[in-house]
Every structure is written in structure tokens, then in C-alpha cells.
Design a protein around this ligand. Sequence first.
Ligand code: HEM
Length: 242
Amino acid sequence: MLHVSLEVTSTSKNNMTTRLPTFRFTKFQIFVHIVALLPLVILIIDALRGNLTYNPIQAATLRTGKTAMILLVASLACTPVNTVFGFTPAIKVRRALGLYAFLYALVHFSIYVGVDYGFDLQLILLELSEKRYVLVGFAAFLILLPLAITSTKGWQRRMKKNWKKLHRWIYAAGILVMFHFIWVQKSDIRQPLIWAGILAVLLILRIPRVRSRAVTFRTSRRAGGKKSAPPKPVEVNEPVVQ
Ligand code: HEM
């Protein structure tokens, strides 16, 4: 596998060379980063060119919300994709996808609070109390925030077991986002229902029993129907943003 390596060295005052962290990206990781950043680049270009429909604020809100939701589902899909298809590179992009989901949710939230409502706290609180989709969207955002902050290896080390407990909240965030998506629609809810269905399948595939069956099925297919060794126990319920 080809790795793109980015190695940085720096020289300190006493001429000692310190080696800064080395980043190694596989082709697949680079692909995922490009795909995840593309909607933001296109949004900026469209905004600068005035190509965001007659209601640019709404268009930007919808686009960033949709992208955040898709990336969140994608990050939740990584573990099941590895379980069912044995596609291990998916695990390597799980954290990045979760963080990109948060980035878009942050832009989405900022457009709403800053651009749309001009930081008018009273008006925002009124919306929160009156519109259920705003309330669940806000709840989802509040869950994503600490997950994004604690997504580093350092926090993982410091929090030990609690880190896993905290990061399991990603599932709750995913469910809240689906309610947000459904309730935001004025009439046709087919699209959000499809996404909610995808999320449901992904969550079902995390149930230990379902998960171990999927692993058994995959390994027995690989062995060409021959009796194979029982699968190694797999870690259950790994968090997404890690
Ligand atoms: C404080 C948090 C949030 C607020 C205030 C908020 C607000 C909004 C608003 C105002 C809309 C557009 C309504 C319209 O003009 O029709 C919207 C749509 C949407 N939001 Fe949020 N949102 C929040 C959090 C989130 C989060 C965390 C996600 C996903 C991770 C998300 C995903 C979506 C989606 C998927 C749509 C619909 C897009 C479409 O129909 O194409 N939102 N949100």
C-alpha cells in the first residue's frame, strides 16, 4: 500500500533536532479527506459567486446540515463495514469522518445562530421552546461538542474507561439528528426516513449478537464454505469519534 508521508523536523535553540509527529496517510485516507472537504469548498465558491439561490442563508444551512448528517452516518458505518466486509481501512477514517461531521454541524449551527438570528439570544431561546426540530438539533450538537473535543489520543488516555462511555453518546446524537431531519421537513419525509433506516441498520449491526453472526458469516464465506476457526472476539461498541 502506498503511504504519503509528511515528516517535519525542527531545530531548537541549542541546535538539537526535534522530530515532530509523523503523519502517514494511505490513498484511501487522502480520498476520504478530499471528499469530506469538497462540500465546504463548493459552498464557499458558490457563496463568493452568489450562486446560493435567492435565499443563500437557507441554502447554506440546508447544505451544511445535510453534509454533517451524511458524514455522521458515514463515521457510524465504519465499524459495521469492517465487521461485515472485513474492510479494515474504514476504521482508519472513522475519527476523521466524525470530526468532519462536527465541523459541518458547527458551520450549520453558526450560520443559524450568527447569520440567521444575529446572535439574538431571546429569539433563539424562543425558537428552541417552540420548534422541536431546533431543540433536538441543539441537543445533538451539544452531544457532538464534547466528543469532538475529547477525540484525541491524549484525552483517550486520560479518560480511560470513561472515554468509551462518553463516546457511546454518538449513537444518541445520530438518532437525534434523524428526528431533526424528519421534523425540519415541511411535507415529504421520504428522504429522512431512508437515512433513518440506514442508521437503524448500522446500529443493529453493533448489537453484539448480530455483530458476531456477521463476523462468522464473513469468515465462513472467506473459507469457501469450509469449516473455519471461530472468529476472534471483536471489540463491541467502539466509539466513532476517537
Ligand atoms: C443547534 C443545532 C442546530 C440548529 C439550530 C439547526 C437548525 C437547522 C435549520 C434552521 C435547518 C433548515 C430548516 C429550513 O430552512 O428548512 C436545519 C436543517 C437540517 N439540519 Fe440542522 N440544526 C442544528 C443541528 C444539526 C446537526 C447537529 C445536524 C447533523 C449532524 C443537522 C442536520 C440537519 C439536516 C440534515 C437538515 C436538513 C437538510 C435538508 O433538508 O436538506 N442539524 N437545521
